[in-house]
Design a binder for this molecule. Sequence first.
Ligand SMILES: NC(=O)c1ccc[n+]([C@@H]2O[C@H](COP(=O)([O-])OP(=O)(O)OC[C@H]3O[C@@H](n4cnc5c(N)ncnc54)[C@H](O)[C@@H]3O)[C@@H](O)[C@H]2O)c1
Ligand SMILES: [Zn+2]
Length: 321
Amino acid sequence: MNIPVFATPRVYFGDTAMEALRAYNHKTVAIVTDDFMAKSGKTDYLAGFMPQARISIFSGVKPDPDVNVLHAVAAAFKTLQPDVIIALGGGSSLDAAKNIKVTLEALHPKHPMVLVAIPTTSGSGSEVTTYAVISDPEHGQKYPLVSDQLQPDIAILDPQLVVSVPRGVAVDTGMDVLTNAIEAYVSSQANDFSDALAEKAILLVWDYLPQVFEQPQAITPRAKMHNASCMAGMAFSTAGLGLVHGLAHALGGVFHIPHGKINAMLLPLVIDYNAATGSDATRERYARCAALAGIKQGAYPAVIPTNSRVKSTFRYPGHAA
Ligand SMILES: NC(=O)c1ccc[n+]([C@@H]2O[C@H](COP(=O)([O-])OP(=O)(O)OC[C@H]3O[C@@H](n4cnc5c(N)ncnc54)[C@H](O)[C@@H]3O)[C@@H](O)[C@H]2O)c1
Ligand SMILES: [Zn+2]
């Protein structure tokens, strides 16, 4: 029987969040990340909180991690038997580390491991979700895996880590947050817990993503987007996602466009489609999203600029084309 459940990792947030790492000072720690994190000193920053830990770093994760990188990392860490795996990076590093943890647990079933997820983008929400997306380049596919085993034990949201995210990446990933929240909100599995988190995430994105764009060095908008990303992740981890993500994974496997950017392109079209073909309840849910964002009724098609190459073909019933 599928019993509705809301499960979340312990989430540390704010300026002192990284202090939580001191609990692992005497442990064997594996850090899974990408090249940029290692070269920009972010792995050193982490290690500074665990001066006596035995630390190994794998920094070879690439965007949209594929099956091959999992084999490479699992082999690199095979003899290490870490007590703690720290996933540091964007959704790509987090998802790679989740899969690595499950692989290592299968190799060492008697050696429990703690998975700590430290996101450095405000986008995927992977630090709290039961999802991990993995690519199969040979067949041009991206597979969203879903399992309770993939949910991290601890999430650490340190806004200082996201200030270096370039404006373009911040906007792409921010649109992923909005898409995650809206799809959770209109999902047939939406519930009181996911609604509360999705609504707050939508409000935060609406207020703070433009501020991240206008003042990329300001810490408060970055911190708010980081929280929004985590909340949207909690929402869709219990309520599920929708057509935008279904299409985005299929297109992402072939074209390798950043996940958030594909979502941003598809979201208005899918809203149009679902609003035209879905139930009154679905339309009501979209209308509530619009109301939350302060969009007036009837203003919706203006979301797609008149000079856009993307032409909207669907209209709310009764709305003039
Ligand atoms: N598991 C889930 O629940 C879930 C949900 C949505 C998306 N995803 C997956 O997550 C991936 C996308 O994650 P993403 O959007 O975070 O992108 P990403 O992890 O691919 O990172 C994008 C780029 O940003 C750089 N970057 C990351 N942090 C940075 C920082 N602090 N400063 C400067 N540069 C930084 C990375 O090096 C990379 O080049 C996709 O594979 C997507 O399918 C997973
Ligand atoms: Zn997403």
